[in-house]
Write a protein that binds this ligand. Structure first.
Ligand SMILES: Nc1ncnc2c1ncn2[C@@H]1O[C@H](COP(=O)(O)OP(=O)(O)OP(=O)(O)O)[C@@H](O)[C@H]1O
Length: 329
């Protein structure tokens, strides 16, 4: 299957092999002081297939931004191989930027004092997008991202959610084959997050765009990524389908019990553990293969003062937090 960008689905869009980046920082910031090495990327390898949405996640300081900057052509690695399509980002910069779109949630690629329309016009000139394609894409993106009402507003005046929609349009004006999203939903309210996720899903479906997504919001990952690359301390911790990551705790259930007064000490059966106690609420984690839910419910119902019971699965945030903790060195 071929996306409109021409990249054939199933081929490799992003290939990274044994990528290393070592920063040299002066101790104490002085010019004379000794330098210290910080290994931000310690030999990472992964690939992303054309048309795939891959989540790229990891705790603070893991090396994600460093990798994204190298993939965007902004930063040169210490060693290793990177190809986006058939280009080496930092060597073939001009051709590379014409083929990728990058959205940094924390920075703008538009101009604060220009209107959105003026900013998009400038990017058309910078990318050399031909007028017909520009008009077509601008119209399509204006509709899909609901930009009609803000085209003439200066970027400075936009709300965060409005600005993010404008940023996404700016990154896609030139029909890039690969879209790199770095924290695209950071600081957005719930409806804006949903709108960004829906747009990215449609983009991939309709145009076959390859997406590499960095985020700390696990709902972004859950909504979008079919594959998750987890990085920690500059190394790949896991690279697996999202479902596999989830399956590691699939059998686990959470029971929350609220009491009308402070709950007594609970004598729980094997397979059930009290994981939190907060005032009148107790959280119990259990494996239903060892303790059927109804056994626990029956036991808790017999405890005086029980007010409410809820059973659910662990939230995706919890799964990832535990995964990070298990791999911390
Ligand atoms: N310009 C720089 N000079 C020196 N060290 C740097 C530089 N940029 C990043 N680092 C260091 O490299 C390591 C990886 O940082 P990086 O910003 O890539 O992580 P990250 O995964 O993006 O983190 P976060 O989730 O907090 O954004 C950190 O130890 C960081 O302090």
């Amino acid at each position: 299957m071929r996306g409109s960008s021409g990249m054939i689905r199933g081929t490799v869009a992003i290939a990274v092999e044994d990528l290393r980046k070592v920063y040299h920082v002066r101790e104490g910031g002085s010019w004379r002081g000794r330098t210290r090495e910080i290994t931000a990327l310690d030999g990472i390898s992964f690939s992303v297939a054309a048309g795939e949405i891959a989540g790229f996640i990891g705790p603070n300081g893991a090396g994600k931004s460093t990798a994204i900057k190298i993939l965007s052509g902004i930063l040169r690695p210490t060693s290793g191989i990177v190809r986006v399509g058939d280009l080496v980002p930092w060597q073939d910069r001009r051709a590379h930027v014409a083929r990728i779109g990058v959205v940094f949630g924390q920075r703008t690629q538009l101009w604060w004092d220009l209107s959105v329309a003026e900013g998009l016009g400038l990017l058309r000139d910078i990318y050399g997008v031909d007028p017909e394609r520009f008009a077509r894409n601008r119209a399509r993106l204006t509709e899909a991202l609901d930009l009609g009402g803000i085209m003439d507003q200066s970027v400075r005046q936009l709300s965060l959610g409005q600005r993010m929609r404008a940023e996404i349009a700016a990154a896609l004006l030139h029909d890039p084959e690969v879209l790199i999203l770095d924290e695209p939903t950071i600081g957005l309210d719930a409806p804006s997050k949903l709108a960004v996720r829906a747009f990215v899903r449609d983009l991939r479906r309709e145009r076959g765009t390859t997406v590499l997504l960095t985020t700390h919001d696990m709902h972004d990952i859950e909504a979008l990524a079919e594959r998750v690359i987890v990085i920690g301390h500059g190394r790949i911790l896991t690279d697996s389908p999202f479902q596999d990551l989830r399956a590691t705790t699939l059998s686990e259930r959470i029971l929350e019990a609220d009491f009308v007064t402070e709950p007594p000490v609970l004598d729980l059966p094997h397979g059930a553990t009290e994981t939190m106690r907060d005032g009148r609420s107790v959280t119990i984690t259990f494996d239903p293969r060892l303790v059927p839910a109804q056994v626990l419910v029956a036991q808790l119902s017999a405890v005086p003062g029980l007010d409410d019971l809820r059973i659910g699965r662990p939230a995706i945030e919890e799964i990832i937090t535990r995964f990070y903790a298990d791999h911390a060195t």
